[in-house]
Design a protein around this ligand. Sequence first.
Ligand code: AFD
Ligand code: MN
Ligand code: MN
Length: 393
Amino acid sequence: MTEQLDHLFEYFGKDIIDIAIQRVATIPIEVPSWGFGRGGTRFGAYKVGTEPVTPGEKIAAAGQFHKLTGKGSTIALHFPWDGKNKTEVRKLKKPLKQAGIAAGSINANLFSIREKGPLTDTIRFGSLTHPHEKVRDASVKHCIDCLDYMRLLGSNTFVLWLPDGTNSPGQMSMYEQSERLEDALLQVSEALVENETMLIEYKIFEPGFYSTAIQDYGRSLYLSWLAGDNAKVLVDLGHHPHGVNVEQIIAQVVRQGKLGGFHFNDSYYADDDLATGSLHPHQLFRIFVNLIEGEMRGYVPVHELAFMIDQSHNIKDPFEELIESVENIETAYVKAMLVDYHGLEGARAAPDPTPADRILMDAFNTDVRPILYESRRNHGLPLDPLSTWRETS
Ligand code: AFD
Ligand code: MN
Ligand code: MN
């Protein structure tokens, strides 16, 4: 292994490799409470009985995950799944402390039917864009309650993914859908104070199969400008139509100072929520290349973005699939750090795309495992977290 590392020192330069070893260890990657449970399809959730169920169990699992991988020092929470009121939310502090992790992004849930109040099954017609004012008001209130939970738990990131949409052209005026959304969103953004961030997620479809209220990055970006400095765009990798160039979206949003973070996952068809990097590792690499280029150009530093894994684990063990995802993210990030950006700039300026692409592939084709092992060794982590987990659990 030392030999392989020496070879990398020689080929890329010791400085570059040392930075990669250090930065891959410190890039924060958040895990979601819901990702430790087993997800389902509309045909069923095939639970095997070993999955954590209560919020406390999920937080404990996240603590183990953090000890094994060094990632997941914060956990994304989802309300009311992880707590229905302040008393329940306050109760999360103890398991978080015991697990040695902190609360990360706070996710509003505007798609689950509540036991009491206006958010009955009528939310199939929308939440912030519902035709009835009292449902819109209750939905805004839920978001504002989430801001209270965020402060209670010491977090400063609120995530809004809006399930609102329609299933047929007659269902709702698209003008009214837009107006209601903007009115409601402004009420939420006005409740934010300095250093608090609202990340606005977009998604092309589902559960609405005809229109979605925040359907693409253009809408999300416009809303984030409307909502002010606290609002930014959240890119969930599974939320685009086929063939969309996600890294180009990234460069454009970064240039506007509006990229807030990511929900990582991979997909073959749509929002499949499969393991990040399991299908499109080169896309993940290109995304990191664009983030690093943005940082080099003086835009947002990569480590200031919110990186979260948002996946639904239906077949594989959720804990193991999260480890796999973290390793794929680390791998893509390290490969992107090995790109000869100076050489790339020269080849692009020439312009000579052939060597430019060779520079990218040279980094992408490098076996970066010695770098990952070294960074884990430096932090007292198991070199192969998945094998260690299988041996010890
Ligand atoms: C759904 C959405 C979206 C969101 C997540 C948590 O597709 O990705 O982030 O729920 O609310 O999967
Ligand atoms: Mn998401
Ligand atoms: Mn999704």
